[in-house]
Design a protein around this ligand. Structure first.
Ligand SMILES: CC(C)(COP(=O)(O)OP(=O)(O)OC[C@H]1O[C@@H](n2cnc3c(N)ncnc32)[C@H](O)[C@@H]1O)[C@@H](O)C(=O)NCCC(=O)NCCS
Ligand SMILES: Nc1ncnc2c1ncn2[C@@H]1O[C@H](COP(=O)(O)OP(=O)(O)OP(=O)(O)O)[C@@H](O)[C@H]1O
Length: 198
């Protein structure tokens, strides 16, 4: 069995995926793969440097993530360019890892955490989609706190994704993470029972 796990930036996807892993689920993490393809030596990083120029590279040959983020979260056409370069490789790796885990562990729940699942129209890959929800006000607060972003920087990132209310409407399963983590854990436990995984 598999689920796609999504939500908005900083709504709590990592928090919920950790709770699911603690219960025995296996995790594929798109953000982690996105970081791997940006490591020195990877052709995706070379293509990023080619498109955005040396200004987004640090002296040691690694990506200046802050600089690239400032560009792409401000400018939709540059964001599209980055997505066009990175997403095919991320998607391929994601599918491969998901297939291997499902083949090797047919009895386990495979959770695939993808921030841009709906934006990239990847619903068809999953039996069900779980959305981790928190209203935009809380999303903004947590994002500013965690990343030390200004309100403007945090809002630009939120605006670069589909509205969290729309994701909630599309979801097969909603985990509301606007309360404390204990409340979220209770919802995850309930899902686990209802899905027959206990
Ligand atoms: C622009 C980059 C370098 C900024 O790095 P930074 O360390 O500041 O952020 P990080 O990678 O931790 O991402 C944080 C969150 O931002 C959001 N986000 C990232 N990229 C995008 C994007 N292209 N569009 C919308 N939201 C995005 C996601 O919710 C993600 O969880 C980085 O996000 C990146 O390489 N993005 C392109 C790949 C991608 O789309 N990743 C997200 C989905 S797999
Ligand atoms: N229920 C909660 N109560 C208070 N803080 C929370 C709660 N859930 C998550 N947080 C905090 O909010 C921030 C965002 O959570 P988390 O990293 O799980 O979100 P995410 O959706 O995985 O983020 P991203 O989209 O950036 O990958 C973190 O600093 C986390 O510690």
């Amino acid at each position: 069995m598999n689920i796609g796990l999504t939500g908005g930036i900083a709504t709590g996807k990592s928090t919920v995926s950790r709770l699911l892993v603690n219960k025995g689920a296996l995790l594929v993490d798109a953000d982690a793969i996105a970081r791997e393809v940006m490591l020195p030596g990877h052709p995706v990083l070379a293509a990023v440097a080619e498109h955005f120029g040396q200004a987004v590279m640090l002296a040691d040959g690694t990506l200046d993530r802050k600089k690239l983020g400032d560009i792409v979260f401000r400018d939709p056409s540059q964001r599209k360019a980055l997505n066009d370069i990175t997403h095919p490789a991320i998607r391929k790796e994601l599918r491969e890892r998901m297939d291997v885990l499902q083949r090797e562990h047919p009895d386990k729940l495979v959770v695939v955490d993808i921030p841009l699942l709906y934006e990239s129209e990847l619903e068809h890959l999953f039996e069900r989609v779980m959305v981790v929800y928190a209203p935009e006000r809380i999303q903004l607060e947590r994002l500013m706190e965690r990343n030390r972003f200004t309100a403007e920087e945090a809002a630009a990132r939120i605006r670069s994704q589909m509205d969290i209310e729309e994701k909630k409407r599309k979801a097969d399963i909603v985990i509301d993470n606007s309360g404390d983590v204990e409340e979220t854990k209770r919802q995850v436990d309930r899902f686990w029972l209802q899905a027959g995984l206990a």
